[in-house]
Design a protein around this ligand. Structure first.
Ligand SMILES: Nc1nc2c(ncn2[C@@H]2O[C@H](COP(=O)(O)OP(=O)(O)OP(=O)(O)O)[C@@H](O)[C@H]2O)c(=O)[nH]1
Ligand SMILES: [Mg+2]
Ligand SMILES: [Zn+2]
Length: 300
């Protein structure tokens, strides 16, 4: 059978929409690609080979090798992620930002950026807080989709890349994409007044063509599974910790309680911020607990 190459643009109700060179084909999957505990299955961004049925729909026959995989939200062949938060409504939650950063670092993406949207709402000074992340080596974009602030700078960061916008519901990911390209007309939803949370307006991840690349709108999420992250690699997912790895007396060192720890010394010397040092300790414990729980379950 003749196979055509294409890219999965979105997956919805067990249909996979595959963009080939010439058209968008709605496809079903061969059973061998179904999602299992071991494999993510076929996800948006995957490059695939499809065969055609007489009615014009397709069947995904082969999954081509991935260059990268962002695990949450699951999108393949991504070159960068913009972790999107709001200055207010919903409030910026630093631990959540740190968890997102770890998850993105673990995925090994080339570029990880932080975006703070809704700067029109926040009259206080979030500069000091965001500076911590700039000192850690991240680029921070301060924008407002509503007032069209910082959108040009954002556009420049997108050309030629496959960029995922990830972050909690209601922070304005879809609104930002609309500000970047008005022709997208993505649905947006009000943040609830009572609980100050988004309403999960975007339901599935979707690749949208943009300037020789793609921008990817994704559903908001705030809970994530960090239990798969190897504990001994965690410190390396904090870029500003990297110069001090290997300076600890003990190997391996968890950098939580051991004496003569290079990371602790860097924190005491003010080279690593209090907030990031604490975030490391907290996330370390979270992963440890998740892994202990998993082991207990497996013993039963
Ligand atoms: N004040 C203000 N409101 C904004 C801004 N950007 C988005 N909003 C509002 O925030 C709400 C949520 O926006 P969405 O774009 O739907 O948020 P989302 O991140 O896509 O949410 P999910 O799809 O649920 O993950 C909407 O009511 C937007 O109008 C902004 O820059 N300033
Ligand atoms: Mg959305
Ligand atoms: Zn150490």
């Amino acid at each position: 059978m003749h196979l055509e190459e294409g890219r999965v643009i979105k997956a919805y109700n067990s249909f996979f929409y595959v963009q080939t060179e010439t058209e968008l084909v709605s496809c079903k999957l061969r059973g061998k690609f179904k999602k299992t505990r071991k494999s993510q299955g076929v996800v948006p961004g995957d490059k695939v080979l499809i065969g055609r049925l007489p009615d014009g729909t397709g069947v995904v026959e082969e999954q081509l090798p991935r260059e990268s995989l962002l695990r949450r939200p699951a999108v393949a062949n991504v070159t960068q992620v913009i972790l999107t938060f709001a200055a207010a409504q919903p409030d910026l939650h630093p631990l959540l930002l740190n968890r997102f950063l770890v998850l993105a670092e673990w995925s090994g993406l080339k570029n990880i950026l932080i975006c703070v949207n809704k700067t029109d709402l926040y009259s206080g000074d979030s500069a000091a807080f965001l500076q911590l992340y700039e000192q850690a080596g991240y680029r921070v974009l301060r924008v407002s989709a509503k007032e069209n602030l910082g959108i040009d700078e954002m556009r420049q960061a997108l050309a030629g890349e496959t960029t995922v916008f990830a972050g909690p519901s209601g922070v304005g990911k879809s609104s930002l994409l609309n500000a970047i390209d008005a022709s997208l007309s993505l649905a947006t939803g009000q943040v609830s007044d009572k609980i100050k949370r988004g309403r999960h307006t975007t339901r599935v991840a979707e690749l949208l063509p943009y300037e020789q690349g793609f921008i990817v709108d994704t559903p908001g999420f705030s809970a994530m599974e960090l239990g798969e992250i190897p504990l001994d690699e965690l410190a390396g997912f904090f870029p500003e910790f990297r110069p001090y790895l290997g300076q600890c007396r003990f190997a391996p060192c968890s950098h939580t309680h051991e004496p003569d720890c290079g990371i602790k010394a860097a924190w005491e010397a003010g080279e690593i911020s209090q907030e990031r040092y604490e975030a490391y300790q907290t996330i370390y414990k979270e992963i440890q607990e998740a892994q202990q729980l998993k082991r207990k379950k497996e013993y039963k």
